[in-house]
Design a protein around this ligand. Structure first.
Ligand SMILES: Cc1ncc(C[n+]2csc(CCOP(=O)(O)OP(=O)(O)O)c2C)c(N)n1
Length: 151
C-alpha cells in the first residue's frame, strides 16, 4: 500500500519509452501524494488511475465479512479532489463516474504526452474475492459473497 505510485516512478525512469500506468487505491494514493511532485518535476508521462471507492476497501471488507460489519476507521474522510490535485501539480486530471466513460478517458490519458491522472469513482461497497480470513489456511479462502440462507 502506497507503493504503486513510487514504483511507477521507478518503472518510468528505467523505461522512458514505455507506457507506465499506476493503478492505485484512494488510500494507497493518499500515502504517496508527495510523489506527484516527482512526477511533475520530471514530467514523467505516467498515467495514474485512482480507484476511488471512498474507503480503505480491503479493511472495510474484512470488517464486513469477519467482524459483523462493525466498521471502524475505514472511511477516507478528507480525501482531496484527486483531479484538482493533479491540476495543482500542473498536469491534467479528470474524474470519471460513469463506467461507459472509462474507455474514452483511458484513451485520452494514454494519448496525452505527459502525466495524467484519472480519478475513477467505483462502487463503495464492492467486495473483492477471493479473500483469506486472518489466521485461516489458504484452502479456507472465501471465494465469493456468503449465499443467502435457503429454507
Ligand atoms: C503501508 C501499509 N499500511 C497498511 C496496510 C494495511 N492495508 C491493506 S489494504 C488497506 C486498505 C487499502 O485501501 P485502498 O488503497 O483505498 O484500496 P482498496 O482496498 O479500497 O482497493 C490497508 C490499510 C498496508 N497493506 N500497507
Amino acid at each position: 500500500m502506497g507503493f504503486g505510485l513510487p514504483a511507477a516512478v521507478g518503472a518510468q525512469i528505467g523505461n522512458p519509452d514505455k507506457l507506465v500506468i499506476a493503478l492505485v487505491g484512494d488510500g494507497g494514493f493518499q500515502m504517496s501524494i508527495p510523489e506527484l511532485a516527482t512526477v511533475a518535476a520530471n514530467r514523467l508521462p505516467i498515467k495514474i488511475v485512482v480507484m476511488n471507492n471512498g474507503y480503505l476497501g480491503m479493511v472495510r471488507q474484512w470488517q464486513e465479512l469477519f467482524y459483523n460489519n462493525r466498521l471502524s476507521a475505514v472511511t477516507l474522510q478528507g480525501f482531496p479532489d484527486a483531479a484538482m490535485l493533479a491540476g495543482a501539480y500542473g498536469f491534467p486530471g479528470r474524474t470519471v463516474e460513469d463506467p461507459k466513460e472509462v474507455g474514452q478517458a483511458m484513451d485520452d490519458a494514454v494519448r496525452h504526452p505527459g502525466p495524467y491522472l484519472l480519478n475513477v469513482k467505483v462502487s463503495p461497497l464492492e467486495c473483492v474475492y477471493p479473500i483469506v480470513p486472518a489466521g485461516a489456511a489458504i484452502h479456507e479462502m472465501v471465494l465469493g459473497p456468503p449465499k443467502a440462507a435457503t429454507v
